[in-house]
Write a protein that binds this ligand. Sequence first.
Ligand code: 5GP
Length: 177
Amino acid sequence: MNAKNLELKTYITEEKLQEKVAEIGKALSEKFKNKKVTAVCVLKGSFMFYSDLIRHINTDITCEFFGVSSYDGKSSSGEVKVTLDLSTAIEGQHVILIEDIVDTGLTMNYLRKSIESRNPASLTTVSLLEKPEALKVPCKLDYVGFKIINEFVVGYGLDYNGYFRNLPYIAQVQNFQ
Ligand code: 5GP
């Protein structure tokens, strides 16, 4: 399918996203005042949220990247594959795990277990979006940007078959075939 044939409807505007990113950044800056943190970006979907968010976190930060994949087209395979592991040890560090979206919760649960097994000083979880109706396993999130309907969304890092990650807003695809 050609990405250009799909019709998009704006679901969360760029302005609303940026307001929320600043709000979460402010809360994290207060929580981690005078502390060093390691911010973990979950690739690929959270790269845009992550890079905006860390610019609002006003403390010493090191950046790490964790690549996982569980989606095939627009449905979750239910199986989490690691495509890129963290490049340094995080033992004893305050870790902020930054996700794009929690759908079934399986990926976040996998990531939480994987990070906790490396003995960080603390783990704080953040997701820009959450679909409460789609949860299959309980999933504890410390910060959530927006709770959304149980529909497939794209943009602001989120893709459909690799496309639409570059949109500065979140959209719903109108005419899936
Ligand atoms: P979960 O394991 O919670 O089912 O899914 C998490 C991952 O699935 C997310 O990190 C994201 O990559 C992908 N995902 C879940 N829902 C959506 C969606 O509505 N749109 C897109 N583009 N990806 C989604």
